[in-house]
Design a protein around this ligand. Structure first.
Ligand SMILES: Nc1nc2c(ncn2[C@@H]2O[C@H](COP(=O)(O)OP(=O)(O)OP(=O)(O)O)[C@@H](O)[C@H]2O)c(=O)[nH]1
Ligand SMILES: [Mg+2]
Length: 369
């Protein structure tokens, strides 16, 4: 039984929970729209907030859904997961349901699920989304970043794939990012089940890292062609920039994991100071070395990173740039009207004759001889 559970909220969250379920994670989903959640057939445990049919990108509807039903929702979550150590709540930040419900729900779950750490898998939108989505994402991230008892935040960035594949359909981007995020979490969890002569990375090590408050990145890279310690360090640093998560922006890793899988001779090219040169050495490092004949691969987990303000400001930038246009759009909504120049002409239209109704009796009387 895996010790990490995945709770999806809203459409994107449900899709991530679906992939998680196929990988053997305990998974559940919550939605305000039954039809959206119904497509995630692999997730058995589902809660649909009664009386709603989606939030239509309105975060306040998501917040209201939690306010009105928090007892049932908490009860549903408690019943859906057994013997997990970490619950990750997955949701998109730019819709209404997941973005509105999740920060409040996470804050409640932190107190209501004693003994279980709560983390998050928020999804940031790609570059093509419009103002309304950007406003939602900014609000959601601000709320999330203020939750004090929160563990790892795996900040999935749809733009990481959009950058590489400008021509891909939304569907391809979503599917691929959902798969990549769950594969990376699954991979580090599976490593904890392996044993090694040279240094084990066990589940307690992993939980120590993942329970760290802040942004967490998991990245893997093959180091097959590396000849020097500098080659290895640069490959690893590159993997932090190209993973499915928001790229690492600034120094300040608090806890980290470093897992090597591959042939023995290459393991000696791993040099901790040069790997962490750019992001600063962490407070604690948990290492695992698994010798095999497979392609040499290094997986790193960086936890306790700051929220990526550069990326988030980029998301807000187009709002700032278009401030006046956007404000005038909103003002227009309730003030606009159309004034016809031919209103005089309505007098020309045929009038329906005024039909006065008489009582049956008065008609009967009229014909009385
Ligand atoms: N990575 C990923 N992103 C997704 C997926 N589905 C939707 N998104 C992202 O989520 C945004 C839409 O949010 P949804 O999750 O559909 O919204 P919701 O939480 O269901 O809220 P409402 O539909 O407004 O009630 C899109 O702009 C995408 O950024 C998915 O399966 N994977
Ligand atoms: Mg939806």
């Amino acid at each position: 039984m895996k010790s990490i559970g995945i709770l999806g909220v809203g459409q994107a969250g449900g899709n991530i929970a679906e992939i998680a379920a196929t990988m053997g994670f305990q998974a559940a989903l919550i939605n305000t729209n039954q039809r959206d959640g119904a497509v995630n057939a692999r997730v058995e445990k589902k809660y649909f907030v009664p009386g709603y049919s989606g939030a239509g990108q309105d975060r306040s509807i998501g917040v209201r859904a939690v306010n009105e039903n928090y007892r049932e929702i908490i009860d549903f979550v408690q019943k859906s997961f057994k013997n997990i150590r970490l619950l990750l709540v997955a949701f998109s930040t730019d819709g209404g349901t997941g973005s509105g419900m999740s920060p409040l729900l996470i804050d409640l779950l932190i107190d209501q699920l004693p003994g279980i750490h709560i983390g998050a898998i928020p999804v940031l939108p790609d570059r093509n989304v419009l103002a309304g989505n950007r406003i939602n994402a900014a609000e959601c991230m601000e709320e999330l970043s203020k939750i004090t008892g929160l563990s790892s935040v795996f900040l999935v960035d749809n733009d990481q794939l959009r950058k590489l594949n400008p021509q891909s359909s939304k569907h391809q981007i979503y599917l691929s990012s959902n798969r990549q995020v769950m594969e990376s979490i699954n991979h580090v969890l599976q490593v904890t089940k392996k044993s090694s002569f040279y240094g084990n990375f066990d589940e307690t090590d992993l939980m120590n890292i993942l329970n760290t408050r802040g942004v967490t990145v998991i990245a893997s890279t093959a180091i097959t062609d590396a000849k020097t310690t500098a080659d290895v360090a640069s490959k690893i640093q590159q993997s932090w920039a190209t993973s499915i998560f928001c790229p690492v922006e600034s120094a300040g890793v608090i806890r980290a994991g470093l897992i090597y899988e591959g042939p023995e001779p290459i393991a000696k090219l791993i040099n901790i100071p040069s790997i962490f040169e750019r992001v600063g050495e962490p407070l604690e490092l948990f290492e695992g070395t698994y010798i095999s004949e497979s392609d040499p691969t290094v997986t790193t987990i960086l936890a306790g990173l700051s929220f990526p303000s550069h990326r988030l400001h980029g998301l807000e930038e187009t709002l700032e740039k278009n401030k006046e246009r956007l404000q005038s759009l909103v003002n227009k909504e309730h003030t606009q009207n159309y004034e016809s120049k031919v209103s005089w002409a309505s007098g020309l239209k045929a009038k329906t004759p005024h039909k006065s109704t008489e009582s049956v009796f008065s008609k009967l009387n009229k014909y009385q001889k």
